[in-house]
Design a protein around this ligand. Structure first.
Ligand code: UVW
Length: 317
């Protein structure tokens, strides 16, 4: 394999939104989601249907995760067996209860990435020093995103249906021109400040293939080009939501670099990333009545200094 081009060289002339919302900003392009955008989103509710977009944590069929991470483990701490033991706590009136806990990667299920989750050249979103991540994220953690919430207009781009496949295969790349063709085919216009929700159904292959899914791991998805990045900047896209583990093709086929768009879009433009969604029921509903826009609401958990947070986004139609 030839050596990958480094991100500093690759993105030397790429646009940046650093400083656009002030020197202390930690939510980036989510600033585009103003009160007007909330109202624009709410106007897409027509039938009152609700679709939750989180994957099940602890799915008996397995939890897809980025290589090197492990699925969440849930453990019972108190259950009926606890109360049978001689040293069981006693509560007046005979109260029993169940308790449990999980050990989980905060990036190990449907999640919002903190804007500072990835970087190159020692600098995070807005120019913050990467050393502010040591021991916990002092800048651009998920906390400010969780504090504000994410509400606006979502638009579903069903790339799997667009390409005529049930589930997109590894290495299948596409770009903003494909998103526009997909939108045209669906009869929907992508508007400025829309939250892009991209369906590949790639993770169906995880459930079919088990551990073989990770052999030569290279998810399908958007691939880097200067034009694509400029399109995101011009369209003022606040949030990229997908049903893959990392929202983009894992390794850029041209430069050989990994997760280029995490850097070009998240680090440089401040676009929030939402990963590992389950878009199946939403996609089915959109295909039925050919309405591809909806009210999108997501409230990541407020976790101090965290790199990301589990979330259950909701699409209301
Ligand atoms: C990495 O950035 C490594 O992973 P994620 O897909 O969680 O953003």
């Amino acid at each position: 394999m030839t050596e990958a081009l480094d991100l500093t060289a690759l993105l030397a002339d790429a646009p940046k939104n650093w400083g656009k919302w002030g020197p202390d900003d930690e939510v980036g392009a989510l600033n585009y989601l103003s009160a007007e955008e909330v109202l624009r989103g709410a106007a897409h509710i027509k039938t009152g249907e609700v679709h939750t977009l989180q994957r099940l944590i602890g799915d008996p069929q397995g939890d897809p995760v980025w290589p090197g991470r492990s699925p969440a483990e849930r453990e019972m701490v108190m259950d009926e067996a606890t109360w049978d033991s001689d040293d069981a706590p006693q509560f007046p009136g005979g109260l029993h209860y169940a308790d449990d806990k999980i050990e989980a990667f905060l990036q190990g299920s449907t999640q919002y990435d903190a804007l500072g989750h990835v970087w190159y050249d020692g600098k995070l979103w807005n120019g913050y020093d990467a050393r502010t991540t040591i021991g916990g994220m002092d800048k651009a953690s998920v906390e400010p995103i969780a504090q504000r919430g994410v509400v606006g207009t979502g638009v579903l781009l069903d790339m799997a249906r667009h390409f005529g496949v049930e589930a997109m295969e590894a290495n299948h790349t596409f770009d903003h021109t494909d998103l526009l063709s997909c939108a045209e085919r669906q009869g929907v216009t992508i508007s400025k400040r829309d939250i892009l929700v991209i369906r590949t159904n790639h993770l169906q292959l995880f459930f079919e293939q088990g551990d073989d899914f990770y052999t030569d791991f290279c998810e399908p998805g958007l691939t880097y080009s200067p034009e694509l990045v400029q399109w995101f900047a011009d369209m003022e896209i606040p949030n990229l939501v997908t049903d893959t583990i990392a929202n983009e093709v894992t390794t850029d086929p041209d430069s050989g670099a990994a997760l280029v768009l995490h850097n070009a879009l998240m680090r440089n433009l401040g676009v929030a990333f939402t990963e590992i969604c389950d878009l199946e029921s939403l996609a089915e509903a959109c295909a039925q009545d050919r309405r591809y826009t909806f009210f999108y609401v997501a409230a990541p958990l407020k976790i101090h200094r965290a790199t990301g947070s589990p979330v259950n986004p909701v699409a209301l139609r």
